[in-house]
Design a protein around this ligand. Sequence first.
Ligand code: ADP
Length: 482
Amino acid sequence: MQSNTPRLLRQQAYIDGTWQDADSGDRIDVNDPATGEIIGSVPKMGASETRRAIEAAARALPAWRALTAKERSGKLRRWFELVLENQDELARLMTLEQGKPLAEARGEIAYAASFIEWFAEEAKRVYGDTIPGHQADKRLIVIKQPIGVTAAITPWNFPAAMITRKAGPALAAGCTMVLKPASQTPFSALALAALAEQAGIPAGVLNVVTGSAGDIGGELTSNSLVRKLSFTGSTEIGRQLMAECARDIKKVSLELGGNAPFIVFDDADLDAAVEGAIVSKYRNNGQTCVCANRLYVQAGVYDAFVEKLQAAVGKLKVGNGLEEGVTTGPLIDAKALAKVREHIDDAVAKGARVVSGGKHHALGGGFFEPTILTEVPREALVAREETFGPLAPLFRFDDEAEVIALANDTEFGLASYFYARDLSRVFRVAEALEYGMVGINTGLISNEVAPFGGIKASGLGREGSKYGIEDYLEIKYLCLGI
Ligand code: ADP
């Protein structure tokens, strides 16, 4: 690690309020995707350390859930403040391990903190119900209680926000948690744990276990002390984890893959649509599950949209995210790069044209040129699969019914976007899109106050908003005879 080692860099896992190494002593190196340099390492833990973390979370549960909501809220509030006080350093750490530009990393830290703040507030608003009795001598009451020990598995594309979006509501509700961050980006998770410790969140309430995904995941899903799993990642792994959780009928929340359509109608404000497409497609170098994956542009504005989008993409600056002015960092690894390459080659072989980018960037490594493909045929691979990279494939369409059918023709149902000004069309299309989220005349929809989540193979449950805490609560019905 370079001399300017971030103060919050923690190279041990956090279990039961202590910083620990793997029983085996094995470690996993963490690379800077911009340079390939090793920036540090974390313990390669497995089932036995995970079991200890789960047992610690179970021991911590009674005292944590017995606190008043206001007391838990106060500790979460302090955690939120500490995250913001350390925004610059957390952002730098994130750029080092994930590659996103520093400005974007700063934005993610603020976004991550906002979930802690929001759920610190929501902790105090977990209301129950009283129900008019079905018999004269009965009183019916509904209370909500924390589910218990929970587990979370998070991905590398949002190394901080995916953690707080799960740990925030879990801890607010009175649950405890064992979390496994992605092995590419464990340092953001460990830094957040260090700040949680500093904020006075008691030992065992939040544990972070690094290491082998299969071994840790296997213990999290098979240990009967764990009552709920929340996962963000690929549909393939989500499906597997859900099946593993079926044995104990554990509750699951899943935020899985998407294949977001981005539709530009003839009556759209084209400049706004281009701005939205840039944010939605190229943010985090296309590595978000809500990134526009398929851009459908109506025939009447197709050529004009292409021209404006090309101009905007031409202004993106690819480079190391720590450098001033860089808008687009490297892809996370070689596999990610290969996927972009595959989607471009497939579309071009089927008749698409490359009008911007299309190649591995001159900087080499994980850098790829922001790319636009036009006249992409509907049978191209990119119409069905998520690229997770800086590739905007433009499809041409003629009418509304046709594009709605195309947009919905996927197993996924996470985010969707469209640009239109006709009010009747806005409601028609918004209601017809089979997605958990619809951005209308905007390319940026994620925030802590709104319910984030998908339908179909994109997942179960919602994160953020007043609904997010429900995923960590059980409903209990009391029937009182008087
Ligand atoms: P991605 O392709 O975005 O990395 P994955 O679904 O492979 O998505 O990974 C998301 C998270 O799931 C990561 O933390 C990863 O380590 C974890 N993971 C991958 N495979 C498994 C598994 N078999 N069991 C549990 N967790 C897993």
